[in-house]
Design a protein around this ligand. Structure first.
Ligand code: ADP
Length: 415
């Protein structure tokens, strides 16, 4: 099947076309035939970059006013005779569409075929993710408008993998009525990435699912950790929203909620203003005063910038804290997995995170750690490290495509 995988943000549309099917899963012979990104959707100077496998990329700046126009632009590119995508000449060659949806609330614990009921329920979850779900929905509606019912559409939720958390992990210690009335609880995000990492580790280690006891660290612009026991998520660092947990590019992660009232009383602004600061002006950007990008921070720290140094130390310490917590919660683990932009590329961050964890059984091999950059999949711990440390590049799109196939073919996911 050719699956069009779509990830719509508020001002961006990211896609891949992946050729995959049930019998290809076991041999990993799924094949990405095209990918692309439109940024600045809604502007007259939207940035387009499309690439068919084996062809030179197409780049352009054009007005793209909304998500519908963005998808029509992708369609136009796909159907242009100059574009040569393996096995694809027109939209008729696309068999299914898989949408990344950030929040599935408690309702969605696995991927589902989209129909009117499902759409209404995703709309209801928008309340819980006002920054994300509305953009995901725009992508779904746009596809409906353009293709009608002709192509099956599937929703894959970021929260779903963490739906196996127990109540003691997902409840907040606030009056229970707020959970009962409003479903205030921890949900967790990046689920597709953590699930992919668990799956890939299982393959690399040659273990059955029941023996996958690991801590996965998705460290990108957004960062989260997950504790995975017997193959299932038992805890994760993000909460009701993606603001909780690790320190991120622009998000504070864990913070005493009293800070919000204190800043409010100081006249910093409304509650919404303060949350905007916690979401968009905090984290590595806020502490370093420089950038949300780890590359800039590492460079500045190496040149002696104190704030950048502090930001790095705080980032690493927060990750350590979660590793410690999850080792305690799971009574140990077999491996720690680093992934996403920072996890896959920053030998320095990995070194800082693992430093001083020898007594917990974690010992990095410095040379292997240095080698693991640029999308390499590598075990970076010493041969006798009790807990293995791996760098595994994440591939959320592959799971989105595979889930789409499973749902369309009505084959349950056994994991
Ligand atoms: P997203 O969470 O948006 O998918 P990514 O996983 O692509 O983000 O991660 C992007 C981040 O990864 C960048 O903002 C940057 O901080 C970090 N990053 C990318 N390359 C490197 C590198 N070579 N060294 C350190 N950090 C890097």
């Amino acid at each position: 099947m050719n699956v069009f995988v779509l990830n719509c943000g508020s001002s961006s549309v990211k896609f891949q076309i992946i050729n995959t099917d049930l019998e290809m899963f076991e041999t990993d012979s799924d094949h990405r035939v095209a990918k692309g990104l439109i940024e600045r959707v809604g502007k007259d100077d939207a940035i387009i970059s499309f690439e068919a496998d084996g062809q030179s990329p197409v780049k352009a700046i054009e007005p793209i006013h909304d998500h519908r126009e963005a998808i029509l632009r992708i369609k136009k590119w796909m159907e242009d005779p100059a574009t040569k995508i393996d096995g694809i000449h027109s939209w008729d060659d696309i068999h299914a569409i898989g949408h990344r949806v950030v929040h599935g609330g408690e309702r969605f614990t696995k991927s589902v075929k989209i129909d009117k009921d499902v759409l209404a329920q995703i709309e209801e979850c928008s309340d819980l993710a006002p920054l994300h779900n509305p953009a995901n929905l725009k992508g779904i509606y746009a596809c409906y408008e353009i293709f009608g019912d002709r192509i099956p559409q599937v929703a894959i939720f970021d929260t779903a993998f963490h739906s196996t958390m127990a109540a003691e992990s997902y409840m907040y210690a606030i009056p229970v009525e707020y959970y009962e009335k409003y479903r205030v609880r921890r949900y967790g995000f990046h689920g597709t990435s953590h699930r992919y990492l668990a799956y890939r580790y299982r393959k690399l280690a040659g273990k059955p699912r029941e023996e996958v006891n690991i801590i996965t660290l998705h460290l990108g612009n957004g960062c989260s950790a997950a504790a995975i026991k017997k193959g299932y998520s038992v805890n994760t660092s993000m909460g009701l929203t993606p603001l909780e947990g690790l320190i991120m590019g622009t998000r504070s992660g864990d913070i005493d909620p009293a800070v919000v009232e204190y800043l409010f009383n100081k006249g910093i602004g409304s509650v919404a203003d303060i949350f905007n600061i916690l979401n968009k002006k905090s984290g590595m950007l806020g502490v370093s005063g420089l950038s949300n990008d780890m590359r800039d921070i590492e460079k500045a720290a190496s040149q002696g910038n104190r704030q950048a140094e502090l930001a790095l130390k705080m980032f690493a310490l927060r990750v350590k804290k979660y590793i410690g917590a999850y080792l305690a919660e799971m009574n140990g683990a077999d491996a720690i997995i680093f992934s996403a932009g920072i996890g896959e590329n920053s030998a320095l961050v990995r070194k800082m995170v693992c430093q001083g964890l020898e007594n917990l059984g974690i010992e990095l091999d410095e040379e292997l750690n240095r080698q693991a950059v640029g999308g390499k999949c590598l075990k970076i711990s010493k041969a006798d490290s009790q807990i293995a440390v791996w760098v595994i590049p994440t591939n959320e799109e592959l799971l989105l495509a595979r889930d789409t196939v499973r749902v369309v073919r009505d084959v349950p996911r056994n994991w």
